[in-house]
Design a protein around this ligand. Sequence first.
Ligand code: HEM
Length: 405
Amino acid sequence: MYEVKPATSWTTDFDHADPAYNANAHEIWDELRETCPVAHTDRYGGAWLPVRHEDVSAIARDTDHFSSEGAVLSNKPPRDEWISNAPIGGAPPITSDPPFHADARRLLLPAFSPQVINEWEPEIRRLCNELIDNMGESLTVDAAVQYAQNIPVYVIARMLGLPVEDSDYFRDTVHLVLEGIGAPFGERQQSFEQLDAYLSKHVQDHIENPKDDLIGFLLNARIYDQPLSPAHVVGTIILLMVAGIDTTWSAIGSSIWHLAQYPSDLARMVNEPELLPTAIEELLRAYAPVTMARIVSKDATIGGCPVKRGDSVLLPFPAANRDPEVFDRADEVVIDREENRHVAFGLGIHRCLGSNLARLELRVAVEVFIARFPKFDLANADAVTWSLGQVRGPRKLPVRIVQRS
Ligand code: HEM
């Protein structure tokens, strides 16, 4: 495991791979908002961290100055040694810029419409119940390891048409992309080449034996009247795995972490099921898991602070969601919050394309968990661990089951 040199200051030396960052993210963002709303680090070739809603939204909307080619902030060679593949990027459309972005996004939309996604509800519900059945009668269960981490990986493997038995490999891959950000570039590169070979083998199998799944869908899709290039197909598969796994796993885990500590919220959600959709939106606001990154493509300013071409910027949508300028009682979970224009799914042209699926998985996962375990609390608050990097959620979450149904 790669050791990260601890950050010496969140204002001038932040590092999202420092375990203390995600473990204390809400406090760090609150303090930065008060003292230094656009923080900086020299790490990763130089990067900025704006935490105000206003600055995060302005950057997300400004594709002229901020490119999505650097969607993950990680160790890379200096910017001028990169071989740029803009505007497509390695994982279209999340790494793509206009005008290509709109075409790469449009072709995926039908596969993620509510009608297509809602068909998956019975299978997700069956899986969630099976995971709970497998826990047996244990008094303590790990809600991250035995529950949350298994749901999105299974669903996206089934949707893509990849073997569910390879779930551990998919989780390792996501770990490499999102958490191994401080590892030497060469090491990451080697693992990406292996992933490319693995996926290319499955794409070839789909070409020889056509299937009605997402890989089949990508193979039949066309852009500018041409089939997608092999790099586009594999890049989009990687995106769907990365975007689909850690994110929803983190949102499910954080929601259970919250309910384990707030018995009155848990009791209301158990007793007033009609509240669930509103409560889920509030949990998404308060515990939004996804921070994105951008590369400055032309000199610009962020909240009055000048930034240079080639600098990186973290885009913490979760910090924007806790900005008291925009949300009343921003640091509290108000499970019946009526007005809630949160940005957990981002905003602007890259707004999450999988939000129907993410909401379905999160709602069903929470619904089943609280139906089967109407009372639970944290078994050991100190044993909870958090992910590293841009996607934030619990990775160990021991929960004590107080009541089963
Ligand atoms: C709770 C779970 C999720 C959260 C919080 C989330 C959040 C986000 C955010 C913030 C973005 C914007 C990226 C940017 O501005 O650069 C995004 C984009 C995207 N997400 Fe999600 N996501 C989740 C689950 C999913 C799932 C399950 C899928 C599909 C399997 C998915 C697919 C995508 C795709 C394809 C994009 C890129 C859209 C584009 O570039 O036009 N996401 N997501």
